[in-house]
Design a protein around this ligand. Structure first.
Ligand code: GTP
Ligand code: MG
Length: 602
C-alpha cells in the first residue's frame, strides 16, 4: 500500500466532549459502517463503556475516503477522556502523525484539554483544533474558538467547527486531516519494525497485539520476535480494524493493524515492545514509560482454593489493560492474594467490576489506599501499599506520603465555595489566573490522600459540574496519619482497615461504622461494628439479628435466583469454604467490599 495516501490520527479531548460521537459521523461519512448497523458511540464496544457512556479503552478503526481523485486510508484512534485512562491517550499518540483536539462548544477548554494537548505537543504531532457540538443551543462556538486560538497562539480562523449530532463540518474536517496531517514518513528500511501500542486477549487466539508498522511489512505465517521480551512467535493472522478485526494479506509501512500471536502466557506481550522479523532483528523503537499506579487495593479470594483461579483472571485482565499491575501479597488473616495498582479510582472500579462480571469470583477487596513511606523505630524503612499492613502508632518514627499538583478550571463565580473546600482538603492554594472571559485556573498542592477522598465528586457537586481538574504526582511530605481498624462482631476485618489523617479520625470512624451498618447483611445474632483508631474505640453501631421470616428468603447476597451460581456455591462449600466462615463468625459478601471500596468515606 502506498504510504502517501495514509493518514493516521487520533481524537483527544476532555471527557464527554464528543470524541466517540464525532467518530460515528466519520465512520458513516466514509461508509465504514452501514447506516442500519450504526449505533451511538459505536466504537465504545465494551459492556461497561456502553453502560456508563464513557470510553475506557482506545479503539483504532480504518476508513477509506475519496478526495480529489485519490483514495485515502484514514486510520483513526478514538481515545478516552477520563484522566484515569490517559495512559491510553499517550500510547495512541505514538502511533499517529496528527491529532484532532476537540473542545466542546458548550464547555470550552477544560483540564483534560490542556493535559491531552501537552501530551500531543510532546509527541511532536500535528494538532487540528476543532470545536464540537456546534449544533447545541448552548454552544458558544466563536468564544470557544477564541479560547483555543489563544491557547495555541494561532488565528481563530484555523479552528474548525463540527457537530457529531448533525454531521455538520465533518466533511471539511476530513479534508483538513488529509491536508494538514502528514503521511507516514517514507521508510527506506526493508526489515519489519512494528510498535505494539495496545493488545487484547482472546481465549481462542491468545494475545492479539495492536501495532503501528514503522518499517517493512508483515504477513501471515511470518516468523517474528518481540524484541524487548525476546520471545519468538508466528503471526497466525494479520489485519486491520473495520472496527472489527478484518484479516488482510499483509500490513505495510505506515499502516495500523493487528497481529494474532497465539501466545497464551501472560507477561510476554507488553505495550511499547517492538516486533521485528526473527531473522532480521533490528533495533527497538522508543517504547512507553511504565504508568505509575496512583492508588492500590489488595484482592484476595474469599476461599483460598480460588487463589490459582484469581491469579489466572488477573493475568488475563492485564492482557487487556496494560495500565493494570499486580503482585502477590500475603497477610495472616486474609491468606494469599494480590496487591494491585491502579491509575485512579475509576480505573480501580472498572477492574473490580470486570473481575466480578468476567470471572465470577468471590473476592475480598481491601479499602483502596495510596502508598506511604514509613520509618520504623527499629530503623527499618518500609513502603506500605496495603492499609492492613500499616504499622501501629507505637512502632512508627515518621510517615511520608505523596503530594500532587492540581490544576482546577472553574467559572469565577464558584471561587467563593471552592476555597474553603480546598482548605478542608489540606490544599495549599497557589496561583489563580483568569482563563477566557469568566473562568479561572487555580493551581493547588495537596496530599494525594485528600485527592482520593471523594475530591472529584465533591468538586463537581459544589460547582454544579462546571469545574474540571488534572493532577500530577509531586514530592513526598510528612504525613500525620494513623490506621483506622474496623471490628465486626469483636473481630478485626483487615480488608476494611484504612489509613486516615489523625485530625479526621473521629469523623472517619463514624462514617465507616454508619455505612457498614447500612450495607452489611444481618446475621442470626446481634453484632457490633466498631471503629478503632489512636488506641480507642471511636465509633460503634449495633446490627440487630434477623427475624425468622427474613431468614427464610435467605441472606446469601450471592444467591438470588441464579441456579448455576447457587450450585457453584454449594460445591465450593464442599471444598472447605465453609470452614473459613466457621472461623470468622460473620460472613461478609463480595458486594459489601465493593460498596465500601467505591465511595470510600463518602
Ligand atoms: N448536542 C450535541 N451533543 C453531542 C455531540 N457530540 C456528542 N454529544 C453528546 O455528548 C455526550 C458525550 O459524547 P461522547 O461522544 O461519548 O463523548 P466522548 O468525548 O467520546 O466521551 P469519553 O470518551 O468518555 O471521554 C453524549 O451524551 C453525546 O450524545 C454533538 O455534536 N452535539
Ligand atoms: Mg468516547
Amino acid at each position: 500500500m502506498d504510504f502517501k495516501s495514509i493518514r493516521n490520527f487520533s481524537i483527544i479531548a476532555h471527557i464527554d466532549h464528543g470524541k466517540s460521537t464525532l467518530a460515528d459521523r466519520m465512520l458513516e461519512r466514509t461508509g465504514t459502517i452501514e447506516k442500519r448497523k450504526m449505533r451511538d458511540q459505536v466504537l465504545d464496544s465494551m459492556e461497561l463503556e456502553r453502560e456508563r457512556g464513557i470510553t475506557i479503552k482506545m479503539q483504532p478503526v480504518r476508513m477509506e475516503y475519496l478526495s480529489g481523485g485519490t483514495n485515502y486510508t484514514l486510520n483513526l484512534i478514538d481515545t478516552p477522556g477520563h484522566i484515569d485512562f490517559s495512559y491510553e491517550v499517550s500510547r495512541a499518540l505514538k502511533a499517529v502523525e496528527g491529532s484532532i483536539l476537540l473542545v466542546d462548544a458548550t464547555q470550552g477548554v477544560q483540564a483534560q484539554t490542556l493535559t491531552t494537548l501537552t501530551m500531543a505537543q510532546h509527541a511532536g504531532i500535528v494538532i487540528i483544533p476543532v470545536v464540537s457540538k456546534i449544533d447545541s443551543p448552548l454552544a458558544r462556538t466563536d468564544e470557544v474558538k477564541l479560547e483555543i486560538a489563544e491557547l495555541l497562539h494561532i488565528s481563530p480562523d484555523t479552528v474548525l467547527g463540527v457537530s457529531g449530532k448533525t454531521g455538520e463540518g465533518v466533511e471539511t474536517l476530513l479534508e483538513a486531516i488529509i491536508e494538514r496531517v502528514p503521511p507516514p514518513a517514507a521508510s527506506t528500511e526493508q526489515g519489519l519494525r512494528a510498535l505494539v501500542f495496545d493488545f487484547k486477549y482472546s481465549n481462542h487466539e491468545g494475545v492479539i497485539v495492536y501495532v503501528r508498522i514503522f518499517d517493512g511489512a508483515v504477513a501471515k505465517n511470518s516468523d517474528l520476535v518481540f524484541r524487548v521480551a525476546d520471545q519468538k512467535f508466528i503471526a497466525l493472522e494479520v489485519g486491520t480494524f473495520s472496527p472489527a478485526e478484518t484479516p488482510r494479506a499483509q500490513l505495510t509501512s505506515g499502516e495500523i493493524g493487528y497481529i494474532v500471536t497465539g501466545i497464551k502466557k501472560p507477561g510476554i506481550a507488553s505495550v511499547g515492545d517492538t516486533i521485528t522479523e526473527f531473522k532480521h532483528a533490528r533495533e527497538v523503537l522508543p517504547g512507553y514509560m511504565q504508568p505509575r499506579p496512583v492508588v492500590w487495593a489488595s484482592i484476595y479470594p474469599e476461599s483460598q482454593d480460588d487463589f490459582p483461579l484469581l491469579k489466572t483472571a488477573l493475568g488475563k485482565l492485564r492482557l487487556s489493560d496494560s495500565a493494570f499491575s499486580f503482585e502477590e501479597e500475603s497477610s495472616g488473616a486474609l491468606g494469599r492474594g494480590f496487591r494491585s495498582g491502579f491509575l485512579g479510582m475509576l480505573h480501580l472500579e472498572i477492574i473490580t467490576e470486570r473481575l466480578k462480571r468476567e470471572f465470577d469470583l468471590d473476592l475480598v477487596i481491601t479499602t483502596p489506599s495510596i502508598t506511604y513511606m514509613v520509618k520504623l523505630k527499629n530503623n527499618k524503612n518500609l513502603t506500605v501499599y496495603s492499609p492492613h499492613l500499616f504499622p501501629n502508632d507505637g512502632e512508627l518514627v515518621s510517615v511520608e506520603e505523596p503530594w500532587v499538583t492540581v490544576t482546577i478550571i472553574t467559572p469565577v463565580r464558584y471561587l467563593g465555595v471552592l476555597m474553603p473546600f480546598l482548605y478542608d482538603h489540606e490544599a495549599e492554594v497557589g496561583e489563580t489566573e483568569n482563563f477566557g472571559d469568566s473562568r479561572s485556573s487555580v493551581q493547588v498542592k495537596m496530599p494525594l490522600r485528600e485527592l482520593m477522598r471523594g475530591f472529584f465528586d465533591d468538586l463537581k457537586s459544589i460547582t454544579s459540574g462546571y469545574a474540571s481538574i488534572s493532577y500530577d504526582i509531586a514530592e513526598l511530605r510528612h504525613a500525620d496519619v494513623t490506621r483506622l481498624d474496623i471490628h465486626i462482631g469483636g473481630e478485626l476485618v483487615p480488608a476494611f482497615t484504612r489509613i486516615i489523617s489523625k485530625r479526621r479520625a473521629l469523623v472517619e470512624a463514624e462514617a465507616a461504622t454508619t455505612k457498614l451498618k447500612d450495607i452489611l447483611p444481618r446475621q442470626q445474632f446481634e453484632m457490633k461494628v466498631q471503629g478503632i483508631a489512636l488506641g480507642r474505640i471511636l465509633s460503634s453501631e449495633t446490627i440487630k439479628a434477623f427475624r425468622k421470616d427474613v431468614l427464610m428468603h435467605g441472606s446469601k447476597v450471592v444467591g438470588g435466583g441464579d441456579v448455576s451460581r447457587k450450585k457453584k456455591l454449594l460445591e465450593k462449600q464442599k471444598r472447605g469454604k465453609a470452614k473459613m466462615r466457621e472461623n470468622s463468625k460473620v460472613h461478609i459478601p463480595h458486594s459489601v467490599f465493593l460498596k465500601m471500596m467505591k465511595t470510600g468515606d463518602n
